[in-house]
Structure formats: C-alpha cells, structure tokens
Design a protein around this ligand. Sequence first.
Ligand code: ME8
Length: 622
Amino acid sequence: MRYITTPIYYVNDVPHLGHAYTTIIADTMARFYRLQGHETKFLTGTDEHGQKIEQAAKERNFTPQEYTDKISAEFKKLWDEFKINYDIYARTTDQKHIDFVQAMFLKMWQKGDIYKDQYEGHYCISCESFFTKSQLINETCCPDCGKNTTLLKEESYFFKLSKYQDKILQWYEEKDPILPKNKKNELINFIQNGLKDLSITRTSFDWGIKLPKEINDDKHIIYVWLDALFIYVSSLDNEREKFWPAHIHLVGKDILRFHAIYWPAFLMSVDLPLPRFIAAHGWWTKEGEKMSKSKGNVVKPKEIVDTYGIEAFRYFLLREVPFGNDGDFSESMLINRINAELSNEFGNLLNRIIGMSTKYNDGKITHTGVLEFYQNELDIAKKHFDLAIDFLENLQCNRYLEELFKALSVANLAISKYEPWNLIKENKQNEANALIGLCANILAKVSILLSPALPDSCQKVAKALNFEISKLNYEKLILKHELLNFTANPCEALFPKIEKINSETKQEVKKEEKAKIKIDDFAKLEIKVAKVIDCQNIEGSEKLLKFQLEFDNKEIRQVISGIAKYYKASDLIDKQVCVLSNLKKAKIFGHESDGMILSAKSGDKLVLISPEQLVENGSLIG
Ligand code: ME8
C-alpha cells in the first residue's frame, strides 16, 4: 500500500512552476508504485482557508467561497490538462474535512494538549506563520519569505507542542523519515533551540473552521495549518485504515518545518501513526532570480507546456536538479535537453530500430542471438536499470533518468560499434538481427522504467514496437530480465528537435596577436593521441559532433567538437586524433565535453591533426 501526497496549494493565486514541480514528482512516484504493483493513492488539492485567502478574495471582490471555488477549479483543470493521475483532489472547504478537523481539535482538547491563553507576537500572513521578535529579520520581516509581518495580540488557544519535542527527535532517530537526509540536522537544531507551544486559533478574521461546538467558543477559528495538515487523513474516508500512514508527504523546503515538526506532534496527540517519509525538494528560480510577480519573471507552466509539450516539461523538471537542491529554469536549457537527450538518445533509438528492422527484416524483431552476441551490453544495461530503480525509490529523479539514458546510450553505441549495415554486407545476418533485438529490448525495458516520468512517450514506443507497459512486463523484463520479440510499426518522431533561439556555441577562434610564452607555460598543456570509437552528429546543431575517444588504459572520454561542417561523423571512426586532454570539462549544447580535439584551419578548410603513424592510444604529444 502506498499513499503519496503533494501539499495542498493555497488558492490565493494561480498555479506556478513550483506547484507543477511538486505535483509532477508526486505523479511520477505514484505511477512508479502502480507499475510495481503497489495499491496506490495519490492526493493533491487546495488549501482554502486563512487570512491570506480571505484578503485575496476581498481584493478581487469575491466572497472567499466564490473565490476559492474558482481558483481551486483552475488548479484542477491544469492538473487534468497535464494528465496528472491523482486519485484524490482534496479541498479544505469540503464539509467532511471540516467535520474531521473539529473532531481532531476536540480530541486534542480532551487529551489536555490544548489550553487557552493570550498570543502576543508576529504573524506573517503570506506564510500563515507565527514568529517571535527575535526570529524576525530587522525586527519586522518574516525570516522565511522576507515580507513584513503584523504584530498580533489576541486571545488564542495553544497546542502543547513543547510536550512532543523529545518524541519528535526520537522519531527522527528511529525511523529516519526526512528526505533528503541532510535536511534532518536543520530540523534537529530548530527543535533543540526549544519548541514553543503553538497558537492554533485566530480571532481577528472569519475565514476558517470554527471550534467544535463542544468547546462553545464562537469567537475563534482554527489555525489554517492545523486545518490544512489534517486533509491528508480526512480525505481518505473509509480507506483510512488501508492507506494511513502516508508513505511520502512530498513538500517544498519552505514548508518542511510544518510537516516534520507540527504535523507529527498533531498526529501523536490524536493517536494516529506517523508518515513514513517527508521529502522536501528545493526551489526553482528563473534564470538565477527568485520568481516574483513584481519582477514579472514568473514561469507559467501552462505556457511552457503549450510550447514544448508536457513530456519535455516533465523530463526537464525531473532531470535538471538533484532532489532537494534548488534549480534554475531556463528555456534554453530545456531546449538543450529536448534536443540532446530526448530527441538524440531516446527518439533516435526508436527511429533507428524501426528503420533497420523494416529494412532488414520486414519489421520483425527477434531476441534470438542476443545472449550469444551481446551479453555484455545486456549486463551493462541491467546495471543501469537496477540503479535507476534504487534512485527513484529514494526520489532521486535526476539520477534515475540519468541511468535510463545511459542504458539508451548502450544501445546507440552498440549500433555505431557493430554497424549492422556492415554485418549485413558481411553476410552476418544473425548478428545484425540480434543487434536489433538487443536494441529493441533495451528500448522496451527503458520505456517500462521511464513510463512513470514520460507516460505518453513510452506508450508511443510500446505501440511502435507492439508490447505492453504493464506490471506483468515490469516483472518479466525488468525483474526477471526476460527478452521479448517485437514487431515494429511506423511511428512519428518522438521528440522532434527544436531550433535554438540563441547561438549554439561561441568557439570562434580569436585571431589576435598572441603573447610569447615560456616553455613552462607549454608544459602545462597535456596533449594526447586518442582513437575515435564513436562519432555522431548532435541533433539540433549543424556544427557539433559528439566523439567517444579512447585514451590509454582503455579510458573513454566524450568530447564535443565543432567540426561537423568539415567531416562526416562515420568517416572519423577508428581514426587517431590529437586532443588537449587537461582542459577543464565543459558543457557544450547540453553535452559534457572532456577535452578538445585539435585541428588546423586554413581559409575555409579545416583538417584534423593526426599522428603521422599509428601509435598507442594515450601517447603524449610534446
Ligand atoms: O504552502 N520552487 O501552499 P503554497 C519549487 N498551503 N516549489 C515551489 C516554489 C518554487 N519556487 N514555490 C512553491 C502551502 N513551491 C500550503 C501547504 S500542506 C498541508 C499546506 C511548491 O501554495 C512547494 O511544494 O504556498 C511548496 O511547498 C508549495 O508549492 C507551497 O505551495
């Protein structure tokens, strides 16, 4: 049983990139659990009470309920357009939730965990969070969002948070529930500084859940965070026994404290078990800057999806940053990933398989001979699959994708290395067919494992090769390492490449007078001979070629070189070239480049520099 939740989003404004990010990770995880055969529930929804929402509604001349109905529907519509496969769309204004929160409040009260007192302190309406003066920045601003706080002095009910301090620490110790693990220390420090009892009711506005009638105090409404957190339980209805506790609450780092400190304390107070994991991801900026309306740099997920498609958007968000780190959104990086990875590695492999199998074997693909000829490639791919699963279990989405794309490279490289067209010429039909069988099996296995992240594209692959993405095939192809036969059908390009708006690379050689250097300066350069093992065009670039070069001790490195106008990629395979090998690694057009291939330019002509005779790979040039 797996229950995964996103935060329920405030309806004070329309959905933005951050909301889409959390929701897409949760959707990927939920699909992954289903693929593995877990009975899964995935909750998302909206957080509709509180002062911030009341103000937002007023500013727009709506009643709070009209306003929340409208914005909540917008969130839902967006998730539906994005094909987010949630099971529960929860709203805190639903009567069943209101009843549940009141029941929980009463339970805490009856347990003696709630008392009435005066609250005096600062409140950040934007974060719906209380602070003492000493926590503020410059004595007035919220330490979390930087906005001005308001001074509050009002009667309030308090929750005995301090009572649960040691129990929360013990939970961290015993269950290690915080992901990524390095976030735990921040929380421990926060707790060890001493937890203050928490104000859990407000009297200065109305838009919230009233206290249970048994307490008979109409002036107060329940603090929006206490209200909101209980949505995770209230929404399960009669499946509470089955799905609670949650497997993962996925949150942004901004609200980890609420989920990892307040929430377990509330749950302990009402005798409910604690969630297994609370996983906090980082924040997105736009081209290095915090997104804000005033700067006008807010990324609108719908606009991006309308331009590039939901699958490319999902891929970019999941692939771009390690889980827990902050990320920077740039369209140019998104285009790079589409062209270099989705199109070049994934789409291209499907094209090649369909093309070759149609040409050589009427679209029939068999796995006969795969184990005999290509066991090594299969073994390497298998390692990538195992790692991908481990990474995804731990929400390391970027590394999960990285492993799957490495598996795709194994297939793409095998085609360049064994050259099926030559195998056919040499009458090695069996080897050629087995090679296509190898590639199709790798692609099918990748597609099964990749389907949680890119459901539509993987379905297209499944359709093109005539197999099913299912729990059964997950077990067969991934867990039991079985191989399949396929029949290939024509299919349109998975990810057509996208023209880049700005210039691709600026590697123009400057023709300026160079200063004289000493021999010691020259000695800093390490120039080596290397053999071209593989060379391919980079989709989306007219200039660039991607080389796999072999140095000494069979070391393979990838180098990108801007010589596509002068050489045909396949002509360079097996040639020896000279490489500046101690150049700092760089990313060119989204591809890592570890070295520089030397060439000579004369007028419009460019020629590669090669040793005059064959020498050992890795030989030093000096
Ligand atoms: O906090 N980058 O709702 P919220 C990445 N209602 N993620 C971001 C982001 C950014 N720049 N901005 C927001 C609330 N997020 C409460 C939750 S749960 C019981 C109540 C994401 O609308 C991130 O997941 O402010 C963050 O936790 C969530 O949006 C906050 O959404």
